[in-house]
Ligand binder design. Structure first.
Ligand code: ATP
Ligand code: MG
Ligand code: MG
Length: 550
């Protein structure tokens, strides 16, 4: 495990293995299938699967499917796809909390028989009012001392579906005056009449997270049940169940800090709101922090793993700068992505002294630092496109690119000089008339003449049209409001910019989804699934430089 990046959880695992407390480490990643996974989940995935890999143990993928009102098969499928895409494999260790419903029910009956659980008829409001506060103890329910027989009868009838949603709950009888509110007679079962994706209509009652989670861990022989800090206060309850039930093993819960990132909201509830409210095109909108969205945007799984490793595992919550994630993305893409040329906002250039006709082939290297990527042939012709932004009719002080009378280098090709600016009736620049220096082929002039700028270009005739989608942060504020009523107001109006008249090298007509490309000077791009042979569509994964993180 040298170099794997030690942290306090790995230290605990190493200690338990070293002391012979456990023979093998067993972890689990336990998503609730109520939405798509986001990059916060990636932290938990990398941690749980990573520990199993590094210490020669195993990691289970367990769906925490205990609330059919919110869960769907679509989410189960998406979660499996995303965990695999991130590079992790559970093999035969795929589990569902719903597979344990019978056993969990049996344990609830055991608690009732032991006088440690009761059916409560209070309304939700009454229960809340009687729960007390951090400084005041709660009040006992008037149903708390129901006889065991009556509890057994009512619980069986809850199970049989006799009562409507919310009419009754089963609660553990622990201590309404406990300092830890989680121990004030927590709910074990609630009535939910809803179709479950796996158990159908068999069940009318469903276990709470607290009642299902630790017992599922115990059934599967989980040794280290790792979760986020919000559950720290639940640990005494986790342990209470394990101690008060005859479970087959004794798992322990450990908590780590959840991942928070600037400009980003990581909560399935909010992400679901963005999808349902039509604020994004779907769970895989490339602006979403979901694994599916990141994949569609072109972020490689290695970059996500690298980022998570850099973040590390801490015991205190904090917020990571989005620039740190971008750094990991650029690092991975820079290494692999072949270079191409694309013109985002084309401006026509006619080279007046270049011969009409076929043009010529020009050699361009595919990667400046990786010779094995070879080179390609580009068509240079009399009519070209350059970037509109690379021209200024009246150049500003530090603008060294194309301007009237100025000479610049066209990447891999020639020096060209702007001789004339053509405009339409409204005064918009529509074309530049230029000349080239035939002696500067390859990008250098034999007389040693210098130019201050090199710009990219494509052949007018031989380039192909493309739509380029540029993304910015989904939220404008580095610390966006997670208020369920108003978070949508924080959406960045510039989060998506569509350039529909772009031109790209013809070689890109054969590009496949998933292949990262660097468009020189413009950033890393990937083919979008909306792309068709007739209309190429690219997503910009990320620009070449950090533009917003200050
Ligand atoms: P959300 O609040 O987005 O719904 P959740 O915690 O309810 O997240 P689950 O499906 O229950 O979602 O999460 C599965 C696992 O992923 C849990 O162990 C949870 O602690 C972990 N997890 C969720 N969000 C983060 C995060 N931001 N950082 C680290 N781990 C996370
Ligand atoms: Mg949850
Ligand atoms: Mg949740």
């Amino acid at each position: 495990t040298e170099g794997a990046g030690r942290d306090f959880i790995r230290d605990i695992v190493a200690g338990d293995l070293g002391a012979g407390k456990i023979a093998e480490v067993v972890t689990r990643f336990p998503p609730e299938p109520n939405g798509y996974l986001h990059i916060g989940h990636a932290k938990s995935i990398c941690l749980n699967f990573g520990i199993a890999q590094e210490f020669g143990g195993r990691c289970h993928l367990r769906f925490d499917d205990t609330n059919p009102a919110k869960e769907e098969q679509e989410y189960i499928d998406a979660i499996e796809r995303d965990v695999r895409w991130l590079g992790f494999e559970w093999g035969k260790h795929l589990y569902f909390a719903s597979d344990y419903f019978d056993r969990l029910y049996g344990w609830a009956v055991d608690l009732i028989k032991a006088g440690k659980a009761y059916v409560d008829d209070q309304t939700q409001e009454e229960m809340r009012a009687n729960r007390g506060t951090l400084t005041e103890p709660g009040r006992n329910s008037p149903f708390r001392d129901r006889p065991v027989e009556e509890n057994l009868d009512l619980f069986a009838r809850m199970k049989a579906g006799e009562f409507p949603n919310g009419a009754r709950v089963l609660r553990a009888k622990i201590d309404m005056a406990a300092g830890n509110i989680n121990l004030r007679d927590p709910v074990l079962y609630r009535i939910i009449h809803a179709h479950h994706p796996r158990t159908g209509d068999t069940w009318k009652i469903y276990p709470s997270y607290d009642f299902a989670h630790g017992q599922s861990d115990a059934i599967e022989g989980i040794t280290h049940s790792v979760c986020t800090l919000e559950f720290e206060d639940h640990r005494p309850l986790y342990d209470w169940f394990i101690q008060n039930l005859s479970v087959p093993s004794t798992p322990h819960q450990y908590e780590f800090a959840r991942l928070n990132i600037t400009y980003t909201l990581l909560s399935k509830r909010i992400l679901n709101g963005l999808v349902k409210g039509g604020h994004v095109s779907g769970w895989d909108d490339p602006r979403m922090p979901t694994i599916a969205g990141l994949r569609r945007r072109g972020v490689p799984p290695e970059a996500i793993r690298d980022f998570i490793k850099r973040v590390g595992v801490a015991k205190a919550n904090s917020t990571v700068d989005l620039g740190m994630f971008d750094f990991s993305i650029r690092e991975v893409l820079n290494r692999a992505a072949p270079r191409r040329m694309a013109v985002l906002r084309p401006l026509k250039v006619v080279i007046e002294n270049y011969p009409e006709g076929e043009g010529e082939e020009i050699e361009a290297v595919n990667h400046p630092d990786d010779e094995t990527q070879g080179s390609r042939k580009l068509k240079f012709t009399r009519e070209l496109y350059i970037e509109r932004d690379d021209f200024m009719e009246v150049p500003e002080k530090k603008f060294f690119r194309m301007a009237p009378g100025r000479e610049v280098r066209l990447r891999y090709a020639y020096f060209v000089t702007c001789k004339e600016v053509v405009k339409d009736a409204a005064g918009n620049v529509t074309e530049l008339r230029c000349t080239y220096d035939p002696a500067s082929k390859g990008g250098n002039s034999p007389d040693g003449r210098k130019v201050k700028a090199t710009i990219h270009w494509v052949s007018a005739e031989h380039s192909v049209p493309a739509e380029l989608r540029l993304y910015n942060t989904l939220f404008s504020d580095p610390d966006p409001s997670a208020d369920p009523e108003s978070f949508a107001k924080g959406i960045n109006p510039q989060s998506l910019e569509v350039l529909s008249d772009a031109r790209v090298e013809p070689a890109l007509a054969g590009a496949k989804g998933g292949d990262a490309i660097q468009f020189e000077r413009q950033g890393y791009f990937v083919i979008d699934r909306d792309s068709t042979p007739g209309k190429l569509v690219f997503n910009r994964t990320i620009g070449l430089r950090d533009t917003y993180a200050k």
